[in-house]
Design a protein. Sequence first.
Length: 418
Amino acid sequence: MIKLKNILFILTVLFIASLCYADNNDIKNFISVNSAGGKASGNGSLNTISVGQTIVASEETKDTIFRAGFLSAVRAPQAEEIAFSSFSYTKTENNISTVTIQVNTTTGTISKLLYKINGREDDPDKFYEYKELISSSGVNNCIINSSKTIGNGQEINISTVIAFNSKFEEHKIQFYAQYITGGGAYSSKESNQFTVITTKIDTDTFKIISPDKVMGTATSDPLIETTPISLTEVSSITFSLNNSSVTISTSVLMDNGIIDADTYKIKCNYSKLAKITGEDITNNLPPSLLVNAKYTLEISLSDVNLSDSVEFKVIGTGVADIYIYPSPFKPKQQNTTIQFLLAYDSNVTINLYDKAGKIVCQLIKDEHYKAGTNKVEWNGRNYAGQTLAVGAYICEIIAKSTTGNGEHRRYTALAIGK
């Protein structure tokens, strides 16, 4: 019976011999990829890759897309010659949208352009397989593949109509492009993930997230954040603060970074919003907010006639009121959340004391947190990992400002229930 080591030796010799007789052009184009597990597809074939296996890909398999099962997989570097920009979408009816992306190549010819979206029934965060992207009438009016190429060091706008899953409010879409140079060299790049809002905005989906309505406090330069909006449904947005207001088109808000380009949320600090001026914009918002003053912020969306508001007080000390929920809480069933507001960027320490004043747990020590609303969870356990007894406890938050505004402490009570 032939021993296993002899079989392995014979296979190794045959593999080396095959390389020796291969065409020189094929040899220089071989690519070795160490896989951490998954599948590789190319030229119509599908092969399972075992953990630790090495794939040898020649020029014939240069359009292979490797889908590895683990983050440790080795992947080809992203091509710097390819750039994605000017992503946009136009919502038509139901959950059908016309999606447009601009692809730029500084050299070479784009030979393939693909897209994929998430929203699978088994796992909404997972993406479907890549699909070939249909080009607009201005660019060959065809499916882009290896036999029909477009672009050569040019910017091209590609658009396609995509149907999204109606069960989800938003989707992520990602693009993949390949190009081939004159010498036949191959390279590729994946775009960032872009957000497409697929549900109509209504009173249940548009809300102000920050400033926080529960705590009712904010820093002197509060973060303003909302749930996502659809640019195809809203042409302008009005921000009102007490008796002052400003109305700005969504396009200007996008250009100034007030609407996040990836999530389509209104997300910015107040000072940035107050500084926006320009043609047809009369900004009456005060340039800064007063410490200890109370404000009402209202954000109104045009066209859909929706708005939301929040009342808050500007804090003047390092740590604002602490809000702990739930309290009482049951450690064996849930954690409790300690939410607090910082006036300045600070190094934060959180201590838990029993009613006798003895420290039972130091939750965090000198960890850096940004100014604004922050949250930390506690499982109700002490230093030794033991669940504490039912009763009342004291939470102490110490914030040492990293911007030269001193040290501040604040205390509040919480309880562990049965």
